[in-house]
Design a protein around this ligand. Structure first.
Ligand code: BTN
Length: 274
């Protein structure tokens, strides 16, 4: 897979105007952040308008996940990519871009593979109760303004086997459907879906216009969830959906609606949680 395999599939209306492919990097998020900091020419501007750049690697030697975890990024079956944007949005809206990306990712994977994967709040993509894809969004702010946003995405596409410690909780398209998928097609489809969703998001800088799509794909809905809140006590209840700010709404055992804005959420029946 090279830049042209991806770029050649993009449409004029898509937000991405530059695609950079590498054999191996430490982390595509780091490469994207470096490009943003060095303000490489045209990385976020095309014909006077905002655009994005996409950084894709065949392997990563130090792939990073959320909460300081690592992301297995060996050769072969995975997609490792980062989308760099310099959006003119409020810093409070930046975390919602992860949810926008989750909607786009779910639609792209389902469209290309025929799977019916879902979103686990806020931004895991799951298939048959195991994790298929994850998103790590990083951003920089200056004087109350958003400088850049990097949306890093790992997708387990054609991976046949997982290390023993991940085998029960992680999966791939190949493992679930028995077929190999074209990675460039998934990437291009993600860019296309993201471009569509991003336009909708920018109208309000929140999830208003994408609420129905996100909640329809949300695996948490009507399921028992436990929210680990760090220092505070774990909260439990039935998830209802998200609100326009991206918070997860959970009806607790007293019948009150809690707005969960952060924290690790376990969903009963998923990833070994019974
Ligand atoms: C998660 O923990 O669920 C997020 C995983 C994000 C992994 C991707 S792979 C491409 C990009 N580069 C990284 O180092 N991490 C993200």
């Amino acid at each position: 897979m090279d830049s042209f395999d991806i770029f050649g599939r993009l449409k004029n209306s898509d937000i991405v105007k530059n695609v950079f492919c590498y054999d191996n990097v430490a982390s595509t998020n780091d490469i994207a952040k470096e490009a943003a900091r060095n303000d490489i020419k045209d990385c976020c501007e095309f014909e006077g308008k905002e655009c994005g750049s996409l950084f894709v690697a065949q392997t990563q030697s130090a792939g990073r996940g959320r909460r300081g975890r690592s992301w297995v990024s060996d050769a072969g079956g995975g997609v490792f990519m980062s989308l760099l944007l310099k959006p003119e949005i409020k810093p409070e809206s930046v975390s919602m871009l992860t949810l926008v990306a989750a909607v786009a990712l779910m639609r792209a994977i389902n469209g290309v593979s025929g799977a019916t994967c879902k979103i686990k709040w806020p931004n895991d993509i799951v298939l048959n109760n195991r994790k298929l894809s994850g998103i790590l969004t990083e951003a920089a702010f200056n004087e109350g303004k958003t400088e850049y946003v990097v949306i890093g995405i790992g997708i387990n596409v054609n991976i046949e086997e997982f290390p023993e410690d991940l085998s029960k909780t992680a999966t791939s398209i190949k493992r679930e459907l028995g077929v190999c998928c074209d990675k460039a097609e998934i990437i291009a489809s993600f860019v296309h879906e993201f471009s569509r969703a991003y336009v909708i998001f920018l109208q309000t800088q929140d999830m208003t216009g994408l609420l129905a799509e996100y909640n329809e794909g949300l695996v948490n809905v009507d399921r028992y969830v436990r929210v680990l809140g760090g220092v505070t006590e774990a909260k439990e209840g039935i998830a209802v959906g998200i609100d326009k700010s991206g918070a997860l709404l959970v009806k607790n055992n007293d019948g009150n609606l809690e707005h969960i804005v952060a924290g690790e959420v376990s969903v009963r029946g998923l990833y070994n949680y019974v």
